[in-house]
Design a protein around this ligand. Structure first.
Ligand SMILES: O=C(O)CCC(=O)C(=O)O
Ligand SMILES: [Fe+2]
Length: 302
């Protein structure tokens, strides 16, 4: 449960940190599980998909491997861990950017950390009536090459009508100023409308203007100013075990990891079952998955 102060902060700022949300032993288990999954990754059969939310033209986010990962445990590499011939230039243990997007139902430890009474109670406190877990991932933020996540709003990627997605982000290692801190513009969930959407179609992935449906033409100067004005961002250092709640419309980002320490985090996104999940969203859940249940996994525990 959130305290009243935490709930108020989420409502007014669009983001709140909840220390001690995971027991230390759960943090250890989830970290071990992440590393076990990476140890089991067979490089020979991997398509070497890169994941890059930056503006790099070369990014391969359109790959089927990425688009079809909603019901899998898929591994995405840091762009800087792969040379121009597609070969890994690091050990796989320090080369993975993220693992996703079906951990919440395919891995029993991540399932327990996701579908439980604590998370369900928070979901109901922040206004969900039918909370559904849509996607989950481990973000590794590897030492020295862990890429920055440019400022964005999660609703750009997980668009529902009305907007409903909330990110539940758990630090599995301390998140510090050196290893890729999160920061956000407090209150931007009220002031910054969603002006672009990341969609997939026959021609691959792209950003479109949600109002016109046409290709997105870039931020206006005013929109850009908010997203690039460092003084508007509030930086949060986050001890391991802390939960961070991120509102669908909140402008947030994270920095490159320039340190020698990794910054593992587990995050899943919840949407309201009664909201319409848009058919153009890049992430589509195949019918009858996971394993015969409804499209999304209900966060309610019975
Ligand atoms: O972990 C990060 O660096 C970025 C996280 C993020 O943007 C999210 O979970 O929505
Ligand atoms: Fe995000």
């Amino acid at each position: 449960m959130l305290t009243e102060t935490q709930l108020r902060q989420f409502q007014t700022e669009g983001c709140v940190t909840i220390p001690g949300a995971l027991l230390p032993e759960t943090v250890t288990t989830l970290l071990q599980e992440s590393k076990r999954m990476i140890a089991g990754l067979d490089l020979e059969s991997h398509p070497m998909t890169k994941f890059n939310t930056g503006d790099d033209e070369e990014s391969h986010v359109g790959d089927d491997y990425f688009l079809n990962s909603s019901d899998k445990v898929s591994f995405f590499f840091e762009p800087d861990a792969i040379d121009k011939n597609g070969r890994l230039v690091r050990e796989k243990e320090t080369a993975i950017n993220k693992i996703g997007h079906g951990l919440h139902f395919l891995n029993s430890e991540f399932n327990k950390a996701t579908i439980n009474g604590f998370n369900a109670a928070i979901a109901s406190q922040i206004g969900f009536s039918d909370p559904r877990v849509l996607q989950s991932m481990v973000i590794c933020k590897q030492p020295s090459i862990g890429g920055k996540v440019p400022s964005h709003q999660d609703a750009e990627f997980l668009y529902t009508q009305p907007q409903s997605c909330v990110g539940f982000w758990f630090a599995l290692e301390d998140c510090t100023l050196e290893n890729g801190c999160l920061s956000y513009v407090p209150g931007s969930h009220f002031t910054a409308p969603i002006v672009r959407r990341f969609v997939s179609g026959p021609a691959g992935t792209k950003f479109i203007n949600p109002n016109t449906g046409q290709e997105w033409e870039g931020f206006t100067e005013q929109e850009q100013a908010v997203r690039e004005n460092e003084s508007l961002f509030k930086t949060v250092e986050i001890p391991a075990g802390t939960l961070v709640l991120i509102h669908s419309n909140l402008i947030h980002k994270s920095e490159r990891n320039t340190s020698a320490a990794s910054r593992y985090a587990y995050t899943f996104h919840v949407i309201e079952g009664e909201s319409e999940y848009d058919a153009q969203n890049w992430l589509q859940i195949p019918p009858n998955k996971p394993s015969g249940s409804l499209n999304f996994t209900s966060l309610r525990v019975s």
